[in-house]
Design a protein around this ligand. Structure first.
Ligand SMILES: [Zn+2]
Length: 94
């Protein structure tokens, strides 16, 4: 079982969340060639170890989160809102 510490709701079972995929992907511009979109959407590296993922807390605050997790041990290193402006507010910024 994976416990994800949502910054708004506290630690919750991963069953409350929906997995969104690799959080490190930079998507191409909307008018980029089809091949660039194909590569960004379908080509994935199967990481063994630490990676950044996106998860949505669908049975809680419904926000999208960036979760840094070890894919082997399921240890969670950090959880922040996927929205950079919201993450900045939580860090004490503007
Ligand atoms: Zn939440």
């Amino acid at each position: 079982m994976i416990r994800i510490p949502c910054p708004f709701c506290g630690p919750r079972d991963h069953a409350e969340f929906s997995y969104g995929g690799d959080g490190s992907i930079t998507y191409p511009a909307l008018d980029a060639p089809l091949e660039a979109w194909h590569d960004a959407v379908f080509l994935r590296v199967n990481i063994c170890g630490r990676q950044v993922e996106t998860w949505q807390h669908v049975h809680g605050c419904r926000l999208w989160l960036k979760v840094e997790r070890d894919t082997m041990s399921h240890e969670i290193y950090s959880v922040t809102p996927a929205d950079p402006a919201l993450a900045k507010v939580l860090e004490g910024g503007e």
